[in-house]
Design a protein around this ligand. Sequence first.
Ligand SMILES: *Cc1c(COP(=O)(O)O)cnc(C)c1O
Length: 230
Amino acid sequence: MDEQQLSKNIAKLRERVRRVAEKSQIGNSTVRIVAVSKTRSAQEIRAAHACGLTDFGESYLQEALQKISELSDLPLVWHFIGPIQSNKTSGIATHFDWVHSVDRARVARRLSEQRPPQLPPLQVCLQVNISGEASKSGVSLEELPQLARTVCELPHLKLRGLMAIPAAEADTSQQQEAFRQMRGALAGIQALGPEIDTLSMGMSADMEIAIMEGATTVRVGTGIFGPRNR
Ligand SMILES: *Cc1c(COP(=O)(O)O)cnc(C)c1O
């Protein structure tokens, strides 16, 4: 995509986010935009940063590490948002600022052990399987409180909130209900710490509903960079 189009997409996205955040009764006046840059080149990320974006989300570790290294001259904030295999935790712990997809204690423990102690704690969101889909990763609502307590005790992690990818429903009221449940789940764990303030939910297609229901972070790929080829 050429830089002019990219810059237009980003301006349009910012305006969409601003307008909905203003309209939402929940009261998040600022919503963080994580630009999902999986499958995009380092050059595209550089161009997006030139348009003012600072937060980038990646799902595939090998691909991400290559880009993080190529872009180390820029002050970017890197978010890991993909499924986590236990044998990949070291690269995530070493090279990312945020992880949105922690869904089990074993992965959390490894991330904490492998976080270089000279770095600030890794900022963690727990992924919740809010629609109960067998094919999706994420902790169940029932097991969430226990996992949250475990993460809070790990020295090199900081629990910041929750992430979800609700099932794509035809019916917006069902989507709304899923996002609303996430807000309830966040409220349920907030007593564990004052820094638990993040609801990472909403992508290009369902961003408006997510923000209306209290998203503090949206993860947007195609809405910024255009359709993905893979
Ligand atoms: C790919 C991806 C997104 C972005 O999806 P778009 O529809 O391109 O906005 C957001 N979150 C996660 C976890 C993803 O894997």
